[in-house]
Design a protein around this ligand. Structure first.
Ligand SMILES: N[C@@H](Cc1ccccc1)C(=O)N[C@@H](Cc1ccccc1)C(=O)O
Length: 743
């Protein structure tokens, strides 16, 4: 009797311990999954920050390496599945690859200890190469581990159920999904808090070792829990190099079909039937099952293309919104946690109320229909995102287009002046007054100081001020007269600072997009007569100098200004995504910082992040219908010896979806973000229509039943039995021949 058949028989005969109808072994599997997902998502939550602020990489390099790592995590499942189904079996594959995974997490945590190379004890590592090498090694091991075990764990969980537990088997995938999301929710909340702690042996730093160490510890716990259940698992042994046989069989069928392409040969029902001359009917039937499902998967990456943008585009959208919920403040990247929270509530609601209700109404809500509806929900989520984007766009500043320039004039001189721009009314710029001009709009912000004197330019004199395409030439007619040529940068916002000595006027480039991560950009113009040190600024400010922008988070922020002798404190409450220029006057210390004036370069975000909740609700409903069902479908439609392979195929749809996101992000960006959301929604609707047509022609099967029937036929058919034995003999001879050739 072949091994596989023996296993199957054993599986039917062996009575496994049960609790509430579930095999006890699955409790070890779901706890293992909880810890593993905690480990994975926890590490991911602080990874970009580690690249950016520990390894000091720039934004582009940090995000590219992060995405490359995530893509690798979803490509390695194929490797794990091949190892499991062809060589080690799922149990051993999970154990070995979990060890690799845990080692990777430990290496990663060690790489974040700055003290190991901080010989001069200045708080920064001295040997970045070592830290980079260790972290890259850690990440490769983690990607190999997490991706490798992913297709095996779900399939191994499914293997624990016996025939009479089909109802529990369906619920298992929902419970499994709940554990994934409980683990990821907890870790995405906890690890950023751990990172914010200070720790170190010689010097105190942000505690990356703790933020990476806790996920590493959870991975070790995950492994221990899995091993603890080893006495209770139903383990199906691998059936040799199944993937090798599958490839050879497909190759033979294609070749044989090509050789018999003439009309004289009778047609066969399926092109795989052309492998019948050489290969076992069971293997051919199993390949047909897998190919049918894989074909159905072709349109699915489009769902993930939209789904994965909630981590990138939607988080960026949140940075242009306000997260002040009264009692608490939500940061843009924390909106991500809405997804697992909704999963934890929606999965039970769907399983207990919605799906049974649909069934009661007599509707056949089959898995493939659920997945189609899931896709439509995701498309609607993107329409909701487009509507929110339109609201945000109304509140965004009027940024210059690539052919426009915008100029703001800040007059720190004690006298006022008047500037005339051709075809516009003369603009009165009082001392410390602010003017905005652009090619098309002139916005004036008024907070005037008393105008003591001003000079008028004759409006008819084009020699003074010229708007020439993108170049503007300004002339200021004070006493004595000052003329200055100013070349404005196309597509940028600039401020002309006129200091107390107007002849020293200069241009300073302004921020021209919303500050990152919902932070606020602030800068200071030093009107004080001496050098000033200001907290949060990189270097001290010379008299009349304007600092670069510095980013501050939402909330009350305090700045201490000192010239080395005197000092004063200046506090201000910030919202999200604003930008200010603070003008420091010459009477700074006599007014205890109160005479500091502000210019609002960019108003704070005003659209509330709560408006994103509908889109999160819709995409998560889509996820429950699509992803949980897909996981279950991939297990139920796979032949017993290729369960992990189909799980890996399912995960691959996600990898392809991620790659599409990367390509789209690099290539076609529409000028309007809302239009891009509508485009993605339309594409997904089109794809879901194609998928529903493909699904219509798909017939659900019970692989175990088909396999049993073929085995029965083969046992009763002496010819086939003989053919199979001959084949097996041939294969053995081949192997021996190869061995001898090697010797
Ligand atoms: N809902 C996600 C988990 C998540 C947690 C925090 C922020 C975003 C997402 C989830 O359940 N993921 C599952 C399934 C999955 C989804 C996408 C690609 C592969 C698998 C997971 O196993 O991580």
């Amino acid at each position: 009797m072949p091994d596989s058949k023996m296993d199957e028989t054993k599986k039917k005969k062996k009575k496994t311990a049960e609790c509430c109808g579930y095999p006890i072994s699955i409790f070890f599997i779901v706890v293992n999954e909880f810890c593993e997902r905690f480990s994975y998502y926890g590490m991911r939550a602080v990874l970009v920050l580690y690249f950016r602020y520990f390894l000091l990489w720039d934004d582009d390099l940090a995000t590219s390496i992060y995405h490359a790592f995530v893509a690798l995590c979803y490509l390695t499942p194929i490797l794990g599945a091949i190892i499991a189904d062809s060589w080690l079996g799922k149990f051993k594959t999970i154990i070995y690859l979990s060890i690799v995974y845990a080692v990777g997490q430990v290496v990663m945590a060690v790489s974040t200890i700055h003290d190991i190379t901080d010989a001069n004890r200045d708080g920064t590592p001295d040997n970045f190469t070592l830290h980079i090498a260790l972290s890259m090694l850690g990440l490769v091991l983690i990607a190999l581990g997490t991706g490798g075990i992913k297709p095996c764990v779900a399939a191994f969980g499914g293997d624990q159920f016996q025939e009479h537990q089909s109802r529990q088997l369906n619920t298992f995938f929902s419970v499994f999904y709940l554990c994934i999301n409980a683990g990821s929710l907890l870790s995405t909340l906890i690890t950023p808090v751990l990172r914010a702690q200070e720790c170190g042996i010689h010097t105190q730093q942000q505690c990356y070792p703790l933020a990476f160490g806790v996920p590493a510890a959870l991975m070790v716990v995950s492994l221990v829990v899995f091993i603890a259940g080893s006495g209770m698992y139903t383990k199906t042994a691998p059936e040799g190099n199944i993937m090798g046989s599958v490839c050879k069989c497909i190759w033979f069928a294609l070749n044989n079909r090509f050789r018999h392409r003439s009309d004289i040969y009778p047609k066969r029902e399926h092109w795989m039937d052309w492998a019948e001359e050489k290969y076992d009917k069971l293997l051919i039937a199993q390949i047909k099952m897998v190919l049918k499902v894989l074909f159905l998967y072709i349109p699915l990456p489009m769902f993930w293309t939209l789904f994965d943008q909630k981590g990138s585009r939607w988080t960026l959208q949140a940075t242009t919104m306000t997260g002040d919920f009264g009692g608490f403040v939500l940061q843009p990247d924390q909106m991500q946690t809405v997804n697992p929270i909704l999963i934890l509530t929606l999965v039970p609601i769907m399983d207990r109320i919605i799906f049974p209700l649909i069934k009661k109404c007599g509707l056949n809500f089959s898995p493939l229909k659920r997945m189609t509806v899931g896709m439509l929900f995701a498309a609607t989520a993107f329409i909701a995102a487009a509507l929110v984007q339109m609201e945000i766009d109304k509140t965004l500043p009027n940024f210059p287009s690539s052919s426009e320039s915008q100029l703001k004039v800040v007059n720190m001189h004690s006298e006022s002046l008047i500037v005339t721009v051709p075809s516009q009314e003369p603009l009165l710029i009082g001392s410390f007054e602010v003017q905005h001009t652009s090619k098309h709009t002139t916005a004036v912000s008024h907070w005037c100081f008393t105008i003591s004197s001003h000079v008028v330019f004759p409006q008819s004199s084009p020699d003074y001020i010229t708007f020439d395409q993108q170049d503007i030439r300004l002339a200021f007619n004070t006493t004595p007269e000052i003329n200055k040529d100013l070349s404005l940068i196309k597509g940028s916002r600039q401020t002309l600072i006129i200091p107390s000595e107007p002849a020293e006027m200069y241009l300073k480039e302004d921020i021209k997009s919303k500050p990152k991560e919902g932070k606020n950009a602030v800068r200071f113009v030093n009107g004080w007569t001496a050098y000033l040190n200001i907290t949060n600024l990189e270097s001290s400010l010379q008299p009349s100098e304007t600092s670069n922008y510095t980013l501050v988070s939402q909330g009350m922020r305090k700045f201490t200004l000192t010239d080395g002798i005197q000092s004063c404190e200046f506090s201000r409450k910030f919202g999200f995504g604003s930008s200010y220029t603070f003008l420091i006057p010459s009477d700074l210390f006599s007014t205890d910082c109160e005479s500091i004036k502000e210019i609002e370069d960019m108003q704070p975000n005003s659209v509330h992040m709560a408006l994103q909740i509908p889109q999160y609700f819709l995409i998560t409903t889509g996820e429950v219908m699509f992803s949980v069902t897909g996981l279950q479908f991939s297990y139920s439609q796979a032949p017993k010896n290729m369960k992990s392979v189909l799980q890996a195929g399912w995960l691959c749809t996600n990898a392809v979806g991620n790659i599409i996101v990367l390509i789209v992000a690099e290539l076609g960006k529409l000028p309007k973000q809302w239009a891009e959301y509508v485009l993605f929604a339309s594409l997904l609707v089109a794809v879901s229509i194609i998928f529903s047509i493909m699904a219509y022609f798909y017939t659900y099967i019970d692989p175990a039943e088909i396999e049993a029937e073929i085995l029965k036929q083969q046992e009763t058919d002496p010819d086939k039995k003989k053919k199979k034995e001959t084949l097996e003999m041939e294969e053995k001879e081949n192997e021996q021949e190869i061995k001898q050739t090697k010797i």
